[in-house]
Design a protein around this ligand. Sequence first.
Ligand SMILES: C[S@@+](CC[C@H](N)C(=O)[O-])C[C@H]1O[C@@H](n2cnc3c(N)ncnc32)[C@H](O)[C@@H]1O
Length: 501
Amino acid sequence: MEVSKGLLDWMGIKTREKTELGDFQTPAILASQVCDLLVRLKISPAAVVEPTCGTGAFLQASEAAFPNCDLFLGFDINPKHVEAARSQAKRAKVRQANFFAENWPKTLKELSEPILAIGNPPWVTNSALGSFNGSNLPSKSNFQRFNGLDAITGKSNFDISEWMLTRLLEWLSGRAAVLAMLCKTTVARKVLRHAWKNNLQVEKSSAYGISALDHFGASADACLLVTVLKPGAHSRECDAFATLKSSQPDTTFGLRNDRLVADVDSLGAYERLCGTSPLKWRSGIKHDCSRVMELRPAAKPGLYRNGLGETVKLEETFLFPMLKSSDLSKGSAPSRYMLVTQTAIGEDTARIARKAPLTWRYLESHSDALDARSSAIYRNRPRYSVFGVGNYSFAPWKVAISGFYKHLEFRTVAPVNGRPVVLDDTCYFLPCENEGEAEYLKDLLNSETARGFFRSFIFWDAKRPITASLLASLDIGLLAEERYGTIEPKRLKTRQPELAL
Ligand SMILES: C[S@@+](CC[C@H](N)C(=O)[O-])C[C@H]1O[C@@H](n2cnc3c(N)ncnc32)[C@H](O)[C@@H]1O
């Protein structure tokens, strides 16, 4: 969606950042469809508030949908949008305001109930704001006061709409109110998880899918989140509808035992398997420099071609056949090698010079690229370190899955020419001693029961639908016991082979 040049100039930000502002004005037709749905849901507000109203699509649609409503309030940071909104929504009181500076508890306190907070807050993350950062974010003091910000964001990168919607729900909790906002589905889930975990007084929530591509030209999974608040209410579930027109939900997600569950109805059949895996799930190796650390075999034995197009001669000692997420997902055989410089985190890499001088020289000749890796995990570590490495990385057999892919299929990974195959850091695996153990675990994990268990937790639209914590929450010992009548402790206790490079 085009971001108005006026706003961008007014804010004095550079062109690249202009598109990152998240200024996606809602088309009038979509705003009307949203309001029609709210009328169908029998929502009849006494006051409507649009906290980031833009040019006023939702104010205008609300005026038409709720003729008996007494007050329409709109706010936007951009004075040009404020002007446009004033001319579009004749009954509304619109003023320029920065969401992060507005005294919302006071503004909301003065409103008659039921209150409808409606709109489409900016679709942008704090890190994408770049140099704009600081001017369109909650102030530092607000950040610190904000209870459980970490719990919402999980990390320092978060959508600013997530912050806005979370706070609005907090301020509206205890009132008769409805929040109806367009947002990314990942944002809707995080906002609800925060509301549920913090016992906000939510009566009911629903998420209706919308096509962000059709309406905004954006390729995110998006929805209309409708959350009804009522004093004393205590719902922990959200019905997920495919479209604004759907009358029946496809699924219901919710909070169970402090965990977000994608399908609360199906979980019942598998809840007994929730626990801790007796086997430790591992991630693949991280190196952040594929151009140097990943090589394909060249025409002659001992020669390899790296991602920079160079053909180099290397010893086999530190090279391991590797699989990436995409190989694993397709079931392909390894077609490249990973240069694995360590067998354990922090291991001295200087030994490579003695054991494999060509490899050491190769690393030295690419030290610029390797030293430039910005991630903190390489700081104060031996030069050319990798991450996520341990004896388990070199287990001869593995049962693995990609965290990125949209289907549940565990695969066995066999050694190649007597060398263990390593995985990249987007994959998860259980290390195994031998083929029998790998096949046994693969069958268990691909069983309908295990898949049903995982499916009840997986949100397929997430960036990484399959996570280590999800995998670790299946009590695979109990599953084995149910399936085979007995746990086979030998098979379920993977010993790690010692590796001597
Ligand atoms: C995604 S657009 C949606 C506009 C309008 N709600 C609609 O649905 O058409 C987000 C709006 O948020 C406004 N905005 C961005 N940061 C803001 C802030 N800190 N305070 C108030 N408004 C802000 C932008 O100017 C923009 O109009």
